[in-house]
Design a protein around this ligand. Sequence first.
Ligand SMILES: [Zn+2]
Ligand SMILES: [Zn+2]
Length: 222
Amino acid sequence: MLQIPYLNQWRSFQIFYYKKGNPKWPPERHHLTYNFKSSANVPGSNQDISAVCSRAFKTWSEVTNFTFEEVGENAKADIVIGFHHGDHGDGLPFDGPKGVVAHAFTAVDGRIHYDADEKWSLLKDPARDEMDLETIAVHEVGHVIGLDHSSEKESVMFATIGFGTIKRKLHSDDVQGARDLYGGEKALLRTIKEGVGKKWSEDMGSAWSEAYDQLAAAIRLR
Ligand SMILES: [Zn+2]
Ligand SMILES: [Zn+2]
């Protein structure tokens, strides 16, 4: 029962897991491009799919140092997103409706594949038999940046999700996982700056502004 005192700590900080060997994008590759290449019909207009995926990328860029940009289909992109049926040539055949709905290759491969045999919902709430594309996109982008499944049920990196369910927002477990993998100082600093803005030095007192200066200096040193 020696483990009991450590249980809280484990629950708070160690629930996320990284992909084997902790693959991650090297520091200079924090601006990642993506495009779309599908071998199957896509479940809606290209514009809608692009809008959904861009929201999922934004969810991660808000809490990490990553920025994501869509590029044309002929450009070489870091992350290639596609809809495919069954066996689609990567040794991980999809299983038709239900079951596995998507998979992703982690850093620095970056492919994200969606099972074209699912009923996907775009830009609206999913019906009971539909899978919410943004929910799954947020999960798969987590894999692409290096996160594995988490045992925290509320996290987006939890391995399973029901049809008709929405989970588009990151849990603190997801955020902690990404920040521990990459260091989240820049994103944290951005959040602080945006949240507090100019009122910072007037209202917060010298201790806070000193901490801010130290943080900024630490970031410059990296
Ligand atoms: Zn695949
Ligand atoms: Zn997964």
